[in-house]
Design a protein around this ligand. Sequence first.
Ligand SMILES: [Zn+2]
Length: 362
Amino acid sequence: MQSISPEIIFRGSNAWEKALPHIIELTKSPLILGRSFYTNNLRSKIFRDLKNQNLDVNSASLEFDCCYEDISKVKSIILNNSHDSVIAAGGGKVLDSGKYIADCLNIPCITVPLSASTCAGWTALSNIYTKNGQFIKDVALKSCPKILVYDHKFIQTAPSRTLASGIADALAKWYESSITSSTIDDGLVQQAIQISRVLRDQLLIDGEKAFKGEFENSSWRNTVEACGLTAGLVGGIGGEKCRTAAAHAIHNAITQIITPNKFLHGEIVGVGLLLQLRLEEMKNNNKLADQSMKQLLGLMTGLNLPITISDLGINVFENQNLDKIADFTCRDKSEIHFLPFEISKQDVIDVIANFEQQKIKI
Ligand SMILES: [Zn+2]
């Protein structure tokens, strides 16, 4: 069974207004789920609009990440108040929590991404973290959300940092799926990889213009939709065979180190992506990896993205951090083992140590 996309997608300016009549048909008593203080105004608007349609609406906030503590708290609110749907309005962690909770309770989920930071509004997947933000596992859900509302006016209100993060996460689709899945003899998987290549090209052309330019010009529109929609489509068509690889494995490992400053998913994935390319160069003698690295470094610098693990506020040479990161990256179930060549813990240590020590030139 494969769930390729949300049942209905509304996109563009005024997508929320267009979605409203369909939402009213689907649900009588929704719970709006959010988290960030910065999205309060938008969530209040969503609340008011639904209330004005005479829906029995309620709202709840996550205290931490998409973690079991918050999930069970929100589940009880839904069960105690007999809510019949979840409207998840926020970034990736909120969307993942809403989808996971709706899936557990067999009620529909409506996703309303409030930034372009991930494709979580689209996919049938939730990443579970501890309440301190340490990655635990990803969970495949029964289906993609029932309705996805990708309202450009909402996305515009997000800090530009979220767009840069979304670009790094969407770029990883190509670099990870092309190396893990290019030998899979399945037409849909091959086509999904080709879509991710076009997606990468689009981001290399438009990403920086979108980040620095005006809202709603064509670069901005193409970029936010590439991050929030197309990246999700690649996962939907490619399914579990269109796999993540080292970039996400290294992301998951970096989240194990608790730091005072939180970084966004794509910001950490971007660092993982550069390290993956170094591994490809070192272990697979891939000459193109160095070219890709230079191209990516240029774009990532233009987007003010972190480049090294120390940019993420972690000194790998302290507290056995390097050892901890390499251990988690190479654990049994890690996606790093989807790479078509053997990777040992020492390889990861060497690549990271080397990368952190050298002055990176663009
Ligand atoms: Zn990701």
